[in-house]
Structures are given as C-alpha cells and as structure tokens.
Ligand binder design. Structure first.
Ligand code: ASP
Ligand code: MG
Length: 418
C-alpha cells in the first residue's frame, strides 16, 4: 500500500475538538488505502509556555533539561490523537522520539536528525494496519540516550525525515493556511496560491522569512526528494476527495513543474538594517577587517556592496544586518576602527529588503532590469542590490515596501485574474 505522512501543527491540534477534526483527516486517508504515519506538534501555545517555565526557573539553564521539558508538549498531543483515533475505530499507536527511535546529534535545543528507524513502522503497517502517531520536534541522542529537540518549528523537519525513512509517497503538512502564496496576501490581496513550487525556490522563501515551514525541513525534502504538500487542516475532512487534487501547494523537484514562470514569488522583510562604512582605503584586508569581527560576534551579514574607488585611494562598503543586530554591529565596527581605518559610519534601520525568486531566472536575461525600471517609474530608490542564480534582492526605504511589492507582483504577471 502507498504510504503517507500527515503532519499537523499547533493550531491544528489546539484543543480536543481540533484533534478530533485531525483524526477525521487521518481516517479519510486510511480509508482511501494509505498506510499513514502522523506527526504532531504541541497544542498551540504549549511550547511557548514550556520555554517560559525553563526561563523563569533559571535564565541560564542546561540545554539538556530544556529539551526534557519542551519535548513534553508533543508527547501529550501524540497520546491524545492515538486515543481519539482508537475511539473512531482506527488502529493507532503513539511513538515518542526515543521509542522509534529518531536518533540525533547532541546539539540540544537545535539537534539534527541522523537516522530514523522506519522498519518497525512499516512492519506494523503490514501486520496490523496500524497508524503511527509520532511526536514531532523531538529525538534522542544516539550515545547518551538523552531527549533532544530540533529547534522551534522542528515538527516539520520530523515529518519530512519520517517520510524519507518510510519511503512515503508524500509528506502532507497541514497548517492554518491553505498553501504557499506568490507573496503575503495581507499586503497584496491579488497574491495567488501556487499549485507547485520547486524545493530551491521554497528554500529561498523560507529563509527569507515565509513562516510556512521550518527551513531545515525543505532542505531535507530536497536532499531526499520528499514531495511536501502544504494544505489547510480547516478544510472539512470529509469534503475532500484524496484522489482529486485537494487544494494546497506541492513543494517538489523542478522537473515535476510543467508550467514554468520566470518569477515564482516575492518575499520581503522589514527586519533589516543598513550600515555604510565610509572612506575606507581601497586595499587588501579591509573587508576582512570589517567582516571578520562581525562574524566573530555572530552577526549574519546579508547584502554587501563595495564601490569602486574613484581616486584609487578610498571607497565605501555598505552591507545589511538583521535589525536586531544593528546597534551591536555598529559597536563592533567602531571597536575595529583602527584596524579598518574609515572616516565615518552611517546606518539606517528604516529599510526593507524585497526579494524576487524564480528558477526561471536561470534561463531568462534581464529579469532584474525590468524591476529597476518599474521601481524607477515609481520614484523608488534602490540602496543596494544582490543577485544569485534564482533570486535577486533589493534594499529600499521601508516606507515603499508595499508599493514596491505590489508593483513587482504585477510586473511579473503574478496577480490573480480578477
Ligand atoms: N512545538 C514546537 C514549536 O512550537 C515544534 C513545532 O511546532 O514544530 O516550536
Ligand atoms: Mg510550524
């Protein structure tokens, strides 16, 4: 029988009524002939509360104990869902990370999955037709046997890893939105739900802060070629025909995407800050003197622009950092002033980064040039630009964020038909 992983996030299991709703989704797929492994998150708000308890107990606490505490949220949901499924006549058993086991490294609070034993689940599918209800987010360190967790949002990664381990046909991620959109529909009402998006594109979107999926789950899906389907748990369970293209977005290999657009989506972030180091000497070692200390201070530098020096002597270096690291970054550079040797430090926090993403850009020239023209026509000034194979990003004044996103969304033909 084909195998399916169904993952339900915190809002989808927020209370017993919603857990019953989840059970009906599961029953539907079992009835349709799937062997099902379910991966659940903690009930909405529970993980935050558990994290809060740890912090209140002691600001500096042992990460091993943090994991022992926060992993409990998923244990509760897994047990409850198994109870509800059994009550509906669906054979089901719950599994904690250590029971399967889901083996991880020992990076407590942000552990990586090393191996999952899928064989026991497959055996139970075959012998008993039993649904496996697996606690997401948690695993066990392969040597110490201690409980680990995978970082916030980690249940997505658990689900994709389980799908790879049991050779599932698909990993369905049920959430409170019905898919991945061309951009944030709250900003651009004309945003469309995508039927399909390539792993690489989704990786960019997720890294840029589209909060549908944990970035690592997309990486894992890409490496193991696990098809991930993002869909809503609030669609009435019995109204869906599993064989008839239910609404949602499939994240898959680009080879599976027939209808190819040049641009697939537009992401934006206002959580950026710009720093300009003015009049540094145009000589080897200056960039290292700036970015070395920032790296040591764990600041994630994103866009970097260095001007060509006009007089052969000095130039400016501009870059962006997360807004939350802005002041710290200025301090780090001020401290390195002697080594860097600059005249002035300028900065701005009222900036936004707009990113245009699409694997079609690999084979189309001039995609970014169209954006420059369209923004210029609206008098939007571009402060910095970076490009990669399937993406370009523009730094602009934050006040123009919505106008810029809407302009580009129309420009690349992403608006939904009226
Ligand atoms: N419950 C965990 C969290 O809130 C893991 C998850 O929901 O994916 O981060
Ligand atoms: Mg989540």
């Amino acid at each position: 029988m084909p195998r399916l992983v169904m993952k339900f996030g915190g809002t989808s299991v927020a209370d017993l009524d919603r857990i019953r709703n989840v059970a009906r989704h599961v029953k539907r797929e079992v009835d349709a002939g799937y062997d099902v492994a379910v991966v659940v998150s903690a009930m909405a708000g529970v993980t935050n509360q558990l994290v809060g308890y740890c912090r209140d107990a002691a600001i500096l606490h042992d990460a091993r104990e943090y994991d022992a505490v926060v992993a409990t949220g998923e244990q509760v949901t897994a047990g409850l869902l198994a109870i509800v499924l059994e009550g509906m006549g669906v054979n089901a058993r719950s599994w904690q990370g250590w029971q399967l086991p889901i083996l991880t490294d020992d990076a407590h609070a942000s552990a990586r999955i090393l191996d999952i034993n899928g064989a026991e689940l497959v055996k139970r599918f075959k012998e008993r037709g039993q649904v496996a209800v697996i606690a997401g987010f948690q695993g066990v360190h392969k040597e110490t046997g201690r409980i680990t967790t995978l970082g916030r949002g980690g249940s997505d990664t658990s689900a994709v890893a389980v799908a790879a381990a049991i050779g599932a046909e698909r990993c369905d991620i049920y959430t409170d939105v019905d898919g991945v959109y061309t951009t944030d529909p709250r900003v651009v009402p004309k945003a469309r739900r995508l039927d399909k998006i390539a792993f690489e594109e989704m990786l960019e979107l997720a890294s840029l802060g589209a909060k549908v999926l944990q970035v690592r789950s997309v990486e894992l899906g890409m490496v193991h070629n696990v098809r991930i389907f993002v869909r809503s748990s609030f669609d009435p369970p019995e109204k869906i025909n599993p064989r008839d293209n239910p609404p949602g977005t499939l994240i898959c290999d680009e080879g599976e995407i027939m209808e190819q657009h040049t641009v697939t989506g537009i992401a934006f972030s206002r959580d950026e800050a710009q720093i300009s180091v003015r009049e540094v000497l145009d000589k080897p070692g200056v960039a290292a003197a700036i970015f070395g200390p920032l790296a040591e201070a764990n600041v994630n530098v994103d866009m970097i622009v260095q001007n060509v020096s006009g007089d052969g002597k000095t130039t400016d270096i501009t870059f962006t950092v997360p807004a939350s690291d802005y002041q710290r970054s200025l301090d780090v550079i001020a401290k390195a002033k002697r080594a860097v040797g600059y005249a002035r430090l300028d900065g701005a926090t009222d900036v936004a980064k707009i990113s245009v993403i699409g694997i079609g850009m690999r084979s189309h020239a001039g995609v970014a040039a169209q954006a420059f023209k369209a923004l210029a026509e609206r008098s939007i000034n571009i402060r910095a630009i970076t490009t990669s194979e399937i993406k370009f990003s523009l730094l602009i004044d934050a006040a123009f964020t919505e106008l810029a996103v809407r302009t580009l969304h129309s420009l690349y033909g992403l608006d939904k038909a009226a």
